[in-house]
Ligand binder design. Structure first.
Ligand SMILES: NC(=O)c1ccc[n+]([C@@H]2O[C@H](COP(=O)([O-])OP(=O)(O)OC[C@H]3O[C@@H](n4cnc5c(N)ncnc54)[C@H](O)[C@@H]3O)[C@@H](O)[C@H]2O)c1
Length: 257
């Protein structure tokens, strides 16, 4: 069968939505897509930061859009979806990077914290997949990349809330890959190992904690935020046109040992 996929894939034709785009991996991914010429919507709770980033990228000549608000809020994500559709039509790629961390022994985990972590990490992904990813189904297809974690397949101590959300993200990814495959929407997840971002920075500032973690990483180092960009370019574009329902661990080999 002749391939309909040109090579190399043209990233400049992408319309990309990145949540969590004010910081860390989301910021690195959004900026990289914008600088190769894709149209990019940067969504984040940190309104000032995301607006400043969009201003700076626009000044470079990038076609970008700021979407401020809480991904856990259905009405907010509805307005994001409407704004994107009016400006560019359906997105071709959705990168669900927004997330929060929780590091508490289960016996002490407050219901409020449990609920908030689920609301942001899991229900936020539900909202964006349904409302922004859903537009891809009638818009010619696309690619969704959800952010899981090593905690998506492991049971580290003190991570109950975070872990259930990251396991849940993998489950949602698989079901959606199945349900939306016929519509040309691919759905994959990434499982980052330790990346050098604001998330969990306090915890790993302790040299003993950092050393213990690195003993289990074949690559022997943590990664800078922009080391996630290549993986997302791959999963979000036609480079991975026959990859769906997959979880790709970007972890310096942690899950291999
Ligand atoms: N850094 C790591 O080592 C690591 C490891 C595994 C998984 N992850 C996952 O990667 C993703 C990105 O994390 P990061 O390390 O770049 O973190 P980060 O803290 O640097 O960035 C997270 C971004 O999400 C935004 N955000 C948080 N809550 C939000 C909400 N309710 N609505 C909208 N935006 C919100 C924050 O404002 C921030 O800009 C997260 O889903 C995280 O769980 C990170």
């Amino acid at each position: 069968m002749e391939s309909k996929h040109g090579w190399p894939p043209d990233l400049t034709r992408q319309r990309v939505v990145v949540t969590g785009a004010a910081s860390g991996m989301g910021a690195a991914i959004a900026e990289a897509f914008a600088r190769v010429g894709a149209r990019v919507a940067l969504a984040d709770l940190a309104e000032e930061t995301v607006t400043a980033k969009v201003g700076a990228l626009a000044a470079e000549g990038c076609d970008v859009l700021a979407l401020a608000g809480d991904v856990a809020d259905r009405g907010t994500v509805e307005s994001w979806a409407q704004t994107i559709a009016e400006r560019w039509g359906a997105a071709t790629a959705l990168v669900n990077c927004a997330g929060i961390w929780s590091d508490v022994p289960f016996a002490d985990l407050a219901l409020d914290e449990w609920q908030r972590v689920i609301d942001v990490n899991l229900t936020g992904t539900f909202h964006t997949c349904q409302l922004i990813g859903g537009q891809m189904r009638s818009g010619g297809g696309g690619s969704i990349v959800n952010f899981s974690s090593l905690s998506g397949v492991k049971g580290f101590k003190r991570r109950a809330a975070y872990t259930v959300t990251k396991h849940g993200v993998i489950g949602l990814t698989r079901v959606l890959a199945h349900e939306w495959g016929e519509d040309g929407v691919r759905v994959n997840a990434v499982g980052p190992g330790r990346f050098d971002t604001a998330l969990a920075a306090d915890k790993y500032a302790d040299p003993a904690v950092a050393r213990k973690f690195l003993e289990r990483v074949p690559a022997g180092r943590i990664a800078p935020a922009d080391e996630m960009v290549g993986t997302i370019f791959f999963l979000a574009s036609e480079m991975s046109s026959y990859v769906t329902g997959h979880v790709l661990f970007v972890d310096g080999g942690f899950t291999a040992v």
